[in-house]
Ligand binder design. Structure first.
Ligand SMILES: [Zn+2]
Length: 294
């Protein structure tokens, strides 16, 4: 098992596929908003009279294909690109889209982490600092508004969650939110502790999204399928329950081995265990976080 985890993780941080074999698939969410799948994190798209706004950009070898897919939807100019966080499956195309004229917006910690060498503990992998051509042009700390295409777009960071630089993007008129990797739809979450992420704070971040949206809101998750508030609610409940189960076990004095042996995620495996984070791995992440802080 020790072997398998890093191998399963790799597609999320390193692009190892043949770009010719990746298809960029647009999914129409509203008249103005699209979700796009390819390889890596789900992208979002807002189109309109003033031009195009893209959310996340997957891997650099896919930029031309992504641009071609955008052109089929709308031939207008690409004005803005928002990074939901610094991970390479969401920011790999930054340089290409910046050259194509996009102004890149992100949380300030995305700028910081792209500017400095990073070590991703979950993958045991060093990630080198990126040149300035990849960095965001404009950063924010808590929230910012972008008035574009008749939308009052809210770009906000509520709590550290998946990383310490998560941005969530809400389009109130279209009633769509892109949650980045704070939401792995239908899967156990990946929380990147070495990038300042926290399971405890992820729960708070999801709660903030739940307050903002309503039952008709369509949710673009960082990974997985287009979703809604009811599904996000059950995701939050699972994450919250797992967090408290592990916390309780630690309070009872159990070691990581004993916690793993207790198989705390058993009842959730069928519904949430199909992704690259197993229940066992999620338990270890929570255990590591709680041991780190207590
Ligand atoms: Zn990520």
């Amino acid at each position: 098992m020790k072997f398998i985890f890093p191998l399963l993780f790799l597609p999320l941080v390193i692009f190892s596929q043949d770009p010719d074999k990746v298809e960029i698939i647009p999914i129409k969410v509203t008249e103005e908003v699209y979700m796009m799948k390819g390889a890596g994190g789900n992208m979002g798209l807002l189109v309109g009279e003033e031009g195009i706004l893209l959310i996340d950009d997957q891997f650099a070898p896919l930029s031309e294909k992504i641009m071609a897919a955008i052109r089929k939807i709308d031939p207008g100019p690409l004005k803005y690109l928002i990074n939901t966080h610094w991970h390479g499956d969401h920011t790999g195309g930054n340089e290409n889209f910046k050259k194509a004229g996009a102004t890149i917006l992100a949380h300030k910690n995305v700028h910081k982490r792209l500017s400095e060498d990073q070590f991703m503990q979950a993958f045991g992998r060093q990630v080198e600092a990126k040149p300035k051509s990849y960095h965001p042009n404009i950063t924010f700390s808590t929230e910012m508004n972008l008035y574009f295409n008749d939308e009052a777009i809210l770009i906000f960071h509520s709590h550290v969650g998946h990383t310490d630089g998560d941005a969530l993007i809400y389009f109130p008129k279209n009633n769509v939110i892109h949650m980045g990797d704070t939401y792995f739809q239908g899967k156990f979450p990946f929380v990147d502790l070495s990038s300042g992420g926290s399971v405890k704070s992820l729960i708070k971040s999801i709660n903030q999204s739940l307050i903002l949206i309503d039952d008709a809101t369509q949710i673009i998750p960082g990974h997985g399928n287009l979703s809604n508030r009811a599904e996000l609610l059950s995701y939050r409940d699972m994450v919250d329950d797992m967090y408290h189960r592990v916390k309780q076990s630690i309070s009872s004095g159990l070691s990581l081995e004993e916690v793993q042996a207790a198989n705390l995620s058993k009842e959730y495996e069928d519904d949430w265990g199909g992704g690259f984070i197993s229940g066992e791995k999620f338990v270890k992440t929570i255990y590591d976080e709680l041991s780190r802080k207590e």
